[in-house]
Design a protein around this ligand. Sequence first.
Ligand code: OTU
Length: 650
Amino acid sequence: MYEQVSHSLLNDILIALDPELKGDDLKHFYIRLGANFYAIHSLFQLLYGERRDFRLQMHKLVEVMAKQYRNRANELRNRDLAREKDHDWFLSEKLVGYALYCQEYAQGLKGMHEKLDYLQELGINLVHIMPILDGPKGRNDGGYAVRDFRKIDSKYGTLADLDALSADMRSRDMLLVLDVVVNHTSDEHEWAKKAKKGNKKYQEYYYTYADRKIPDLFEQTMPEVFPETAPGNFTWDESMQRWVMTVFNEFQWDLNYKNPAVFIEMIDIILFWANHGADVIRLDAVAFLWKKIGSTCQNEREAHLILQLMKDCCQVTAPGALFIAEAIVAPVEVIKYFGEDAINAKECEIAYNPTFMALLWEAVATKKATLLDIGVRNLPTKLDRATWLNYVRCHDDIGLGFDDNDIRAAGYDPQAHRRFMVDYYTGQYPDSSATGVAFGRNEKTGDARISGSLASLAGLETALLNNDAAAIDISVNTIILLHSMIAAFGGIPLLYYGDSIGTLNDNTYLTDENKHHDSRWVHRPTLDWEKAKRRHEPGTVENRIFTAIQRLIAVRKQIPAFADLNNREMLDVKNPHLMVFLRFASRGMYSRVLVIANFDTSPQTMNLRELDAVNLFEHREARELYSDRPISTRSGELLIPPLGFYWLQL
Ligand code: OTU
């Protein structure tokens, strides 16, 4: 949009810009800048308009965007243009992701090359390499406390190694996802070190206070993220003689986005990684970006303005790069990270789907899809050009963040039901064979979360220990069922390393002084490549899980109705153990697919006449796509095996 005030400011900025930043090859940059400048200016004004140095800061912002565009390789610029044309590319059913630690997976970045073959064998084409940036030894929260945002930790490799890897991935048509930890830095970051020495400029990069007055006000309404290991939200810094806000661990200093310098530094860093080949950037802990006394300091409106501004700036320099919002918050809040009031996503194109993840675990524990069904129906409608990252496990704990009203509607008491979940997955519940570990127990609120590998939570550890073939079947089928759900739901399935071969809990963290207090390390093991080899030995657990997931992925990629185009319809069925939904596509061979999942450990029947929404089965049989076999529908009833699922082509 053209608007005089912003446009005349833009003209002033352009006149003053370094001539080097005005070359002919910057044409595409300036076209995009013109298109986005009104939005950028408006957002910057909303956030920082009160400041006397507003114009100067705007100037700096444009300079950073232009410099990073000048640094952007032609290959990536061409990619940007191709993606502008094919703008819905990331909604495709062809995308399947995998998250891994490069050290634990491949002994570092150099080792990744040969281990990409394994991922391709599975069908993966999007790889999230967990944080690799320089951080203090031990006090780094698994890489989420960064000391230098432009340096790769030497134990993983070098920037040149990453460039080589991203080039290799591009040649294999694989997408690279990297983290930018936007909410905080390590207390050993150069900015923090300067702040500690009394440098006012850098103290303003953080929230620091001489006494407890403001911290006490904040803490009246701020919940604790790590109540066991890092209670409170402020830490006293001896050398600075000030309190500093530390929402996560005490060594993670929260950045102060009320300061435009912080915003500009971070957009510079985001663009730096986009220029090093990141196709997708995972923005960590985005719900926390804005702090306000009297609020929970999560999901504030300004946090959204910051993300919109980041998106608008990124679109000017590196429009091909997408953002993932990591906001593990309530469903009504998560949805806003796609961009509120927009039609197309204009904040983050991709967001973790923590609600679906937690609901899946609830369905496994109760063997019923009741709450899952309610929860999914109550997920707010997603924008166009926005998609979910659907996952079963990740490097973090499982938070039980479903909606209290939904829990009640499913017939449970919210608090008691959450307690049941924790008991169930930590093996306290009589009927449970899960071997998870509690995480983040909060004595004040009674809350807790759950750690543990997928296989261990699904009872595989216990089943193997008891050499119980039937129990092994149950856990293997649970693992496959859960993966079938993330493959069919709509969005990008994101697998977690080790899960496709049934990796169990790893208790070695208990003897590591830097890890023993944080149970999330139980599910961050070194990948056992000997175990992985057994994927080729028929009959092994590894083989059963791996080949099933491999098949799920291959079939998903052949089903256009599995692209994420807001094309899912939940269907009513009487049997509470079943989750049933329809996926549809306007074109393509398999235009409608009926997904049925049975969460019970016994076979369940479904009456086809209940499905009036799909007056389907005039035919005598339907093709089941996963098994590639016809299934008779003649009796008007379908029998779904224990923990089984069908993808029926209509
Ligand atoms: C994220 O986590 C990361 O995924 C964690 O590994 C980090 O510890 C944390 O940020 C701090 O960098 O901020 O919006 O267990 O679910 O802290 C959600 C709690 C986050 C995590 C939560 C999450």
